[in-house]
Design a protein around this ligand. Structure first.
Ligand code: PLP
Length: 380
């Protein structure tokens, strides 16, 4: 199925939702209505995974790394937390760009730093998408793309992945200003080979954004593609493999001209002094992150096998999470039961995902607890 979202497709359903939303809104919300651009009033807003407070829970719902960041990062953060904070940071975050350039074998001019990957994705959407422009992406994928299109009042063409999460044929014929490709994909955890991404980049007239948030957990990546294809932008984050979700560091890699263009659109100071120092230290100590990635991959195998033994269908994962399918009991029931036991996983009330749970790879201990609880529920 191909779904067209956005200004062309504001269905009566949307209108009903907007109406219900107005009716339910508090007086304060009501007072804000009418001022926003129509597309903003219509849109839902991205809903991040639950961030529980308090203690005594196991959090496997937003793909955070269960291991701490490198001690060198913590030192760098302490060093950066100084009197110098009264001054603005380097607008281009060159210390961070240089660390990326060194770590990944690219030039400083080919790197743009950001307040993590979401910032870079937003800069990209603002740079290339205006009202009525079309963005294309396979479905289901990172739900933020839909939100970014809605903010731009751009049309989102969603092309369903086939059952096995290989690239949908329609993607190769699609036209648009931007294609978002999350590879490895979330929430499926599956990856497509770089040669397929290369074929996409060759055939697509617009910008191809390869969101590689999970590339460090995968067998292959597409980082080098930007050299052969001037329409490719690679987006990376330090939130997952480098254990820095709370720090907000990420980067985009593309040719110099694309990077200069994106730099015009970004906030002047989109990385602060602390995140520049932390990000640079993290990448300089990439071996530390690789060690954690190896541990996570071992636990991922245990998790996948354990879930399969309990009767789940598990998609092959190249990320730090697995997507597991279950129909009896329903995924929603399992999600509810685990939540009661203070084990949080991700359930998406979205088309083609209602029979699935996305489970982050935690520590071995956390995964043991999860599997025990599931075993009690499903076999007990
Ligand atoms: C986590 C994630 C990101 C970005 O997260 P940031 O913390 O903003 O870097 C981007 N894309 C995908 C697919 C993700 O899962």
């Amino acid at each position: 199925m191909i779904l067209l979202k956005g200004f062309l497709a504001s269905s009566s359903n949307d209108a009903q939702e907007t109406f219900a939303c107005r009716a339910n809104a508090s007086m304060e919300r009501m007072r804000g209505m009418g001022y926003f651009r129509d597309n903003i009033e219509r849109m839902q807003g991205y809903v991040p995974g639950l961030q529980p407070t308090g203690r005594g829970f196991i959090k496997l719902n937003t793909n955070e790394n269960p291991y701490p960041p490198s001690p060198k990062v913590l030192e760098a953060v302490k060093g950066a937390a100084s009197d110098a904070l009264r001054r603005y940071p380097d607008p281009m975050a060159n210390e961070f760009r240089d660390a990326v350039a060194e770590g990944y074998g690219v030039a400083r001019e080919e790197v743009l730093g950001g307040n993590a990957a979401d910032d870079l994705l937003s800069i990209i959407a603002r740079s290339f998408l205006g009202p009525g422009d079309r963005a294309v992406y396979p479905y289901p994928t990172y739900f933020l793309y839909e939100t970014l299109c809605a903010i731009q009042d751009a049309e989102a063409l969603e092309i369903d992945f086939p059952e096995d999460y290989s690239l949908p044929r329609g993607l190769f014929e699609a036209e648009g200003k931007v294609m978002f490709l999350c590879n490895p994909n979330s929430p499926s955890g599956t990856a497509v080979p770089p040669r397929e991404v290369k074929r996409l980049a060759e055939g697509f007239d617009g910008i191809v954004v390869v969101d590689e948030a999970y590339a460090d957990f995968a067998e292959e990546d597409c980082l080098g593609l930007f050299r052969e294809h001037d329409n490719v932008i690679i987006v990376r984050t330090l939130s997952k493999s480098f254990s820095l979700a709370g720090m907000r560091c990420g980067f985009a890699v593309a040719n110099e001209d694309i990077v200069s263009g994106l730099a015009k659109v970004k906030d002047s100071f989109n990385m602060d002094r602390v995140s520049i120092a932390a990000g640079a230290a993290a990448i300089a100590d990439i071996e530390y992150a690789r060690g954690n990635v190896e541990k996570i991959k071992r636990t991922r195998s245990r998790l996948s096998e354990g879930l399969a033994e309990l009767g789940f269908s598990v998609y092959p994962s190249q990320t730090n999470f697995v997507l597991a399918r279950i129909s009896d009991p329903s995924a929603e029931e399992v999600y509810g039961h685990l939540s009661e036991k203070r084990i949080f996983v991700r359930y998406f009330d979205k088309r083609n995902l209602t029979d699935c749970l996305r489970i982050t790879v935690g520590t071995d201990g956390e995964i043991d607890r999860l599997l025990e609880e599931l075993s009690l529920m499903l076999k007990g």
